[in-house]
Design a protein around this ligand. Structure first.
Ligand SMILES: [Mg+2]
Length: 280
C-alpha cells in the first residue's frame, strides 16, 4: 500500500481530491477558496525534546506551502492539538507563538481549532486561502514540451536528518507570480522524484530530467532527488515562456510517454521519495 493507492481510492468521493489544496468555487464570489490540512505526530514528524516553537512553525509551514503551490493567498488557520498529560502550559504557549508568528508573516490569522487528550502529542493544521476565480495552479495541466522547474536547491532537510531546526520558507510570493503562467504546480514535500511522478501522472505525461538539479549545501544528489520536506515549488512552463525570476532552475522537460515515467540522463528514475504507507 502507498499513499497514492489510498488517495486514488478516496477520489471516488470527490473530483476535488488530488491537488495540494481542494479548490472550491462559491456562487457569486470573485475568488475561489483553497483548503488544506496537515497532520503532525510526535515521533513521526518530530522527537520529544524538540522546540515547541519550531514544531508550531513547521506545522503551519507545511500547509502554507500547499497554499503557495496553488498560487494562493493564505487567509485563515485552524489548529487542533491532542495533548498527553505531560504537556505543560509553557509547551502549549510556545507552540502557538511559533505557529502564529509564521501565519502573521504571510497575512494569515489563527481563527479556531480543537483540543483533546491523547497519549501521543498530535497536531492538525487547516489553512484556508483564496485565489482569483479559476486561477488555481493544479498538477494536471502540464503538456509534452513544457519545461520543468524547481524554485531552489533541494535536499537540505534530508541531509540534516529532518530536524525542526532550519525550516524553509513557504514560497507564497513565487506561487502568486506563477498564476496564469505555470501549466502545473505543486510543492515538493515528499521528494522530487515521487512528487514529479505524481505531477506527471496527473498531467498524463512522462518527464525527462536533463538539467542540473540544484543541490543544497551539504546535501548529495540522492538527498536532492529523493529527500522530502524541501517545500520548494515544482512547476512547468510552456517552452515559449521565459520568466525573469531569480533562483528558479530548469531541470527537465515534459514528454509524451507512459504517464508518470521519469528518465534522468536517459536512464529510468524510480520515484523513491517519502511515503508513510509504503511497505518497507
Ligand atoms: Mg503539497
Amino acid at each position: 500500500m502507498t499513499e497514492l493507492d489510498i488517495v486514488s481510492r478516496l477520489r471516488k468521493y470527490s473530483n476535488k481530491i488530488g491537488d495540494d489544496c481542494a479548490v472550491l468555487s462559491l456562487p457569486g464570489s470573485r475568488d475561489d477558496l483553497l483548503l488544506t490540512m496537515d497532520l503532525m505526530v510526535e515521533n513521526v514528524h518530530w522527537v520529544p525534546g524538540d522546540s515547541p516553537r519550531q514544531i508550531g512553525k513547521k506545522a503551519v509551514i507545511r500547509s502554507l506551502s500547499d497554499i503557495a503551490a496553488m498560487g494562493g493567498d493564505p487567509r485563515y488557520c485552524l489548529i487542533s492539538l491532542a495533548l498527553p498529560k505531560s504537556a505543560t502550559r509553557q509547551w502549549i504557549d510556545n507552540y502557538y507563538q511559533g505557529a502564529v508568528a509564521v501565519l502573521r508573516r504571510y497575512g494569515a490569522e489563527l481563527v479556531g481549532g480543537d483540543l483533546s487528550r491523547s497519549d501521543t502529542l498530535t497536531c492538525d493544521v487547516m489553512i484556508c486561502g483564496t485565489i482569483p476565480r479559476g486561477k488555481a495552479l493544479k498538477r494536471g495541466g502540464a503538456r509534452p514540451g513544457d519545461r520543468i522547474y524547481v524554485s531552489g536547491p533541494l535536499g537540505a532537510a534530508a541531509s540534516r536528518g529532518y530536524s525542526v531546526q532550519n525550516l524553509p520558507e513557504p514560497r507564497i510570493a513565487l506561487g502568486r507570480k506563477l498564476r496564469g503562467k505555470a501549466t502545473a504546480c505543486m510543492d515538493i514535500s515528499d521528494g522530487l522524484s515521487i512528487d514529479l511522478h505524481r505531477l506527471c501522472l496527473e498531467s498524463r505525461c512522462a518527464a525527462s530530467l536533463d538539467g542540473a538539479i540544484p543541490i543544497a549545501r551539504g546535501a548529495t544528489l540522492e538527498h536532492a532527488l529523493h529527500g522530502g520536506e524541501d517545500y520548494e515549488l515544482l512547476f512547468t512552463l510552456p517552452p515559449s515562456l521565459h520568466l525573469r525570476i531569480a533562483d528558479i532552475h530548469q531541470i527537465g522537460i515534459m514528454q509524451q510517454g507512459t504517464p508518470g515515467a521519469i528518465t534522468m540522463d536517459g536512464k529510468p528514475l524510480k520515484p523513491a521519495g517519502h511515503d508513510h504507507f509504503r511497505n518497507k
